[in-house]
Design a protein around this ligand. Structure first.
Ligand code: PSV
Ligand code: MN
Ligand code: MN
Length: 388
């Protein structure tokens, strides 16, 4: 049996980072649906992130995306976040929304464009110095649409050169999180398509480079928990971008379409003793809320991750090991399923109550009047970067 007091302690200590862009208007290629009360600037996105933290108690940091969250004074922005009870987290770079990047950013055949893209990565580290952020999060849309369009191997060399420059610019306590994505916007070959490519570049770079797993970036049927187990064993799992996918890079609420997958991922995290913030994994969300209210959707996503984590913590690991060692296939599977099928909502309600929070964060948010207030106060809300 899992030790309930230890489970509650682990849940109380868990941390989940929210993305600034999830609070803004977003949509698909087809339509951006504007919502009333959405933030008009980075400060208001941070205020919404602080609201999520007030109701969940486990989301004390917010990731920025540059230039979507461009301001003149990043140290002042960090101070503003602190006043609201949160801090600025990962700095996400954006080398994908500029005409120059049509044929790639850091892998572009044009050295001038590669210079511009690499300079943006270096600028992001300057911002990290000002905000006190630890993580430089890199995702490259780079790739090609047609066989023969560019040289696959040269592009890897160009990527390695840019990564090296960014890596060498990092301070002692800063690190690179290298995200991968199988396809889109490139459709024939992507330059960082999978965890293996990201991992190999990270190993080449050094200990301050680790892989970011975005749960929406794999081929259907990919066993993501295997990737988690493998990278943890190598000490190279740095972060998650959690979201839910069913068909492509859907960016919906984490744990929505496949809560069982989220449980399996969190089980490997627990198995690898990597849940504690001190281990260093940045458990981020990377989502867009196109048709649903944004703040309660983010609160719900945080809760979904908490529920998957609680179930993972409840796995009877002694019984599991015994069944595995005896080769008892059915018993081993049953141990996992018993934990997964446990209703952990009362347990999480207790954890929240112990922390002085409402056991039902979504209901508490709805009652709080915050939504009505932002609808009143904010007119002409900003579009998030997507669909811009
Ligand atoms: C790319 O699809 C991605 O997952 C990267 O993390 C981007 O920075 C992010 O989406 C923005 O939502
Ligand atoms: Mn992502
Ligand atoms: Mn994505």
């Amino acid at each position: 049996m899992a030790d309930l007091a230890a489970v509650k302690r682990a849940l109380a200590a868990q941390r989940i980072e929210t993305p600034s862009w999830a609070f803004g208007n977003s949509g698909t290629r087809f339509k951006v649906f504007a919502q009333a009360g959405v933030p008009r600037n980075p400060e208001e996105k941070i205020a919404d992130a602080a609201a999520v933290h007030r109701f969940t108690g486990v989301a004390p940091s917010v990731a920025l995306h540059i230039p979507w969250d461009k301001v003149d004074d990043y140290a002042a922005l960090a101070g503003y976040a602190r006043e609201l009870g949160v801090r600025l987290g990962a700095i996400n770079t954006n080398v994908f929304q500029d005409d120059d990047y049509k044929l790639g950013s850091v892998t572009n055949p044009d050295p001038g464009i590669r210079r511009k893209a690499t300079d943006h990565l270096l600028e992001a580290v300057d911002i990290m110095d000002a905000t006190g952020s630890r993580d430089l999060k890199l995702w490259f849309s780079d790739g090609i649409n047609y066989p023969g369009q560019d040289d696959l191997r040269n592009r890897q060399d160009r990527l390695a050169t840019a990564l090296r420059e960014a890596y060498d610019r990092l301070g002692d306590d800063q690190r690179i999180l290298l995200e991968y994505k199988l396809f889109e916007p490139a459709f024939y070959a992507t330059d960082v398509p999978d965890w293996g490519t990201s991992y190999a570049h990270c190993v080449e770079l050094g200990a301050k480079a680790t892989v970011c797993i975005d749960t929406g970036h794999h081929a259907p049927g990919t066993n993501i928990e295997f990737i988690v187990a493998f990278l943890l064993r190598q000490g190279r799992l740095g972060a998650f971008d959690f979201n839910s996918r069913f068909y492509a890079d859907d960016d919906l609420m984490a744990g929505a379409a496949d809560p069982f997958q989220l449980f399996r991922i969190m089980y490997e995290i627990v198995r690898g003793d990597a849940l504690d913030p001190a281990y260093g994994i940045n458990f981020m969300l990377d989502q867009c809320h196109n048709i649903e209210a944004k703040i309660p959707a983010i609160i719900r996503s945080v809760m979904n991750i908490q529920e998957a984590t609680a179930k993972a913590l409840l796995v009877d690991r002694d019984a599991l090991a015994e069944a595995q060692n005896e080769g008892d296939v059915l018993a081993a599977n049953a141990v996992l399923m018993d934990a997964y099928n446990t209703d952990v909502r009362p347990l999480l309600g207790e954890v929240r109550a112990d922390a002085g929070l409402d056991p039902d964060p979504v209901a508490a948010y709805r009652r709080s009047g915050y939504q009505e207030q932002i609808v009143r106060d904010r007119v002409g809300g900003e579009q998030a970067g997507w669909g811009a």
